[in-house]
Structure formats: C-alpha cells, structure tokens
Ligand binder design. Structure first.
Ligand code: SAH
Length: 242
C-alpha cells in the first residue's frame, strides 16, 4: 500500500531517525542496499521479508529492475521499507525511485537520513564549515560517467570544503585536476573509510599525495583547509603523510 523510502544513516543504527526505526519495525518487506549495516536491519521484524538489491560486481541489479520491484511490492504489501544508506536523496537515486512509484500509482513517502557527506567528516572531527577556514561546502560525486575531463578543475576553490563521495577510484585524477585548477599541493585532505562502523578508519594527507593513499571504498574524501582539523576524539586514525 505504501512504500517508505527511508534514509538508513551512515552506519551505526543509533543514527537512524526515530521515524525510520518505527517504520522498520512495522515493515512487511525491507528492500536494502549493500551499504546498510546489519545493526540497522536488525531493527526490522524477524519475520519480515528482506530483499538485498545491493549493487556489487557480479550481482548486478539494474535501477529499472529495482524500480519495478518496488512498484510491485507496493501493490502487494501494506508496508514496504526501501532502506538506503545515508540520505535517500543524496546520490542514492531516491528521486528516481519516487518518480517510478508515482508513475506506478503506488503511495510513497520519504524519510530523511543522516548523510555520510556530513557525518563522515564529522566522525573524523572535521567540521566542514569553520569560521576563517571554509565559507561553505560542495558535495560532489567522484564517479564520472563517460569522460568529463576537467570537471574537478572547475571545482578548485580554496574558500570551500570539497566533500567527494564515490571518489576512491578516481582519487589520483581528482587531485591532479584540482591542483591544475589552482589548489595548492599542500591543501589538506582526509579520507574517512566506513564511517560510523567498527571498520572506520581515517587517513590524513595533503592533496599531492591523495592519489597514492592506500584507501578503499566506501569512503568520504574531504579536501580543503578544514580537512586538517580534528576537533573531537576519534575512533581510529592513521597518519599517512607519504
Ligand atoms: N545516500 C548516501 C550516499 C550514497 S552514494 C548518503 O547520503 O550517505 C555511496 C557513497 O557514499 C560511497 O561510495 C561513499 O563515498 C559514501 N558513503 C556512504 N556511507 C559511507 C560510510 N559509512 N563511510 C564512508 N563513506 C560512505
């Protein structure tokens, strides 16, 4: 009857909204991504049906298949929760799913989540805006479809923090383009892997060395003066000034 698009937050189940937790506890079916932590899924009923539509190599579920699945589940069940990591409308293709549900005549609602774009840096003690250091923040994807050489060149701005999601694979070219665009080699960077999970790790470096850091997805890359800050205690941190 209703499909609820719920933001699962960045990791730790305690960072889910109260509304999200209530809906999970009521759900007949939970459709989730690979990034959603087990602790969040455990908030659902034991007898709920769980469908993993996580996108990983070799087990590819296309977006149109997910859209069709949500429409048919929405017709068959009372309460369907579509759980998406972080916030559903930040690089989660949540907007596309909402449009598909509307076109399929299925009632839907969206519940915001704590996005990793902000909670990731925060987990490393990095405020993405800070008086005197950063006047704002740009949140962008590093996953570039096709060739868009020079995109990051145009984003070089020393007055702003740059937060890159899905940027691990392209980190070398992102750094090169930003330096080409005018950021200095020694601009601070921080990479936060698996924020708000037991696997969290934080690596600090400078822009010149971003390409050679040993880091893996999922990770948030923060670039700019704020990335050097650490204003609170950390869960785990390694210094990688190569
Ligand atoms: N809707 C999500 C983002 C989905 S795109 C949100 O609002 O957070 C997937 C990307 O998000 C990953 O490649 C990674 O860059 C980032 N990400 C999500 N969860 C993360 C986490 N716990 N730690 C670090 N990065 C994370």
């Amino acid at each position: 009857m209703t499909v609820f698009l719920v933001g699962a937050g960045p990791g730790d189940a305690d960072l889910l909204t109260v509304r999200g937790a209530r809906l999970l506890a009521a759900a007949d079916v939970v459709v989730h991504d690979r990034l959603v932590e087990r602790s969040v899924l455990e908030l659902a009923r034991r007898d709920a049906e769980f469908i993993d539509v996580g996108k990983e190599p070799g087990r590819f579920t296309s977006q149109s298949m997910i859209n069709d699945l949500l429409v048919s589940l929405g017709r068959d069940y009372d309460t369907v929760v579509r759980l998406k990591g972080g916030d559903p409308f930040v690089f989660g293709r949540g907007g596309e799913e909402m449009i598909a549900l509307r076109e399929g005549g299925v009632a839907s609602e969206v519940v915001p989540g704590v996005t990793s774009a902000f909670a990731g840096p925060l987990a490393a003690g990095i405020p993405v805006t800070h008086r005197g250091l950063s006047r704002g923040v740009m949140v962008v994807t590093g996953h570039i479809e096709g060739h868009d050489d020079g995109y990051f060149r145009r984003l070089a701005n020393p007055d702003l923090s740059l937060v890159v999601l899905m940027g691990v694979g392209a980190r070398a070219s992102i750094a090169a383009e930003l330096i080409d665009g005018g950021l200095t080699h020694d601009t601070p960077v921080a990479v936060i892997e698996s924020a708000w999970t037991a696997r969290q790790s934080v690596t600090r470096a400078v822009l010149r060395d971003l390409g050679s850091l040993n880091v893996a997805s999922p990770a948030i890359i923060v670039i700019g003066a704020c990335a050097a800050l650490s204003v609170c205690d950390l869960m785990a941190e390694t210094s990688a000034l190569v």
